[in-house]
Write a protein that binds this ligand. Sequence first.
Ligand SMILES: Nc1nc2c(ncn2[C@@H]2O[C@H](COP(=O)(O)OP(=O)(O)O[C@H]3O[C@H](CO)[C@@H](O)[C@H](O)[C@@H]3O)[C@@H](O)[C@H]2O)c(=O)[nH]1
Ligand SMILES: [Mg+2]
Length: 276
Amino acid sequence: MSTRQTIHYSVIVPAYKENGNIRPLITRIFTALKQYDSPVPAEQVEVIIVDDNSRDGSVENVQALQHEGYNVRIIVRTTERGLSSAVVRGFQEAVGDNMLCMDADLQHPPEYVPTMLAALSPSATFVLGTRYGKGVEMDKDWPLYRRVISAGARLLALPLTTASDPMSGFFGVRKEAFLKARGLNSQGFKIALDLLIKAKIAPDAIAEVPFSFGVRAEGESKLTGKVMIKYLEQLGELYWYKFSSLLVVLVVFIFVILVLLARSFLGSLEPASQHK
Ligand SMILES: Nc1nc2c(ncn2[C@@H]2O[C@H](COP(=O)(O)OP(=O)(O)O[C@H]3O[C@H](CO)[C@@H](O)[C@H](O)[C@@H]3O)[C@@H](O)[C@H]2O)c(=O)[nH]1
Ligand SMILES: [Mg+2]
């Protein structure tokens, strides 16, 4: 049995009404970790499900998995809701220094968990599962409207980060980098983007792991129009966060130029007034 001291890796799974997906998710994660070539030992990994009071049997399901020896626990929130804040809560509760976030619905392949966790290191403080890497593609069954939304959202984030897929919900971060982030936006869906900017992750500290984004195994997506509006609000906040100091410098620069121009203009008028 693992003790807190031996846990170096924490997998955080935000979940809302995902009972049907929990068992396959947990068993597939640990099966992958128990493979002989897994770069990460299964005994060093805990899984934390952050559930927003789904009351769909998820708690009982997790208890059954615990009895079978899986290192998984479930946090049930009753006063808060939302994907990003659930992820932040999971990161705060995590014992491991290497933390991974993944969806419950099996769209993020559990077989990638060992590679994603192993990609984190003191120099690679952020790992991003990317759907735009070499050799991968969105699942061919992904509806066109989702591809269009995803491409548009990605385009709007281009000025903010060099990461190829900052919209991804499959990502990891080192605890020390997470703790540096101030004022995380816990309203939206895009916690990875928020972290990349607010934890000031340098481009060369981002490891990217290409993966193919599957279709949801069970249940329904929670990506609604409201969530998309929240994303636009989040983008506005991040643009301000990142570029407001640049704006101040620009305004000061323009002001100095105007003062210099005014002085030289007034200077050019001076000899004429002296001849009067
Ligand atoms: N605790 C909690 N979990 C939530 C909530 N809303 C969603 N989740 C969980 O968050 C995960 C993703 O939710 P989905 O509803 O499956 O989202 P999606 O539309 O498939 O979006 C995914 O792909 C996007 C990229 O296109 C990602 O940006 C997004 O983060 C997510 O991974 C699932 O495990 C879901 O149960 C919530 O309010 N509370
Ligand atoms: Mg999904």
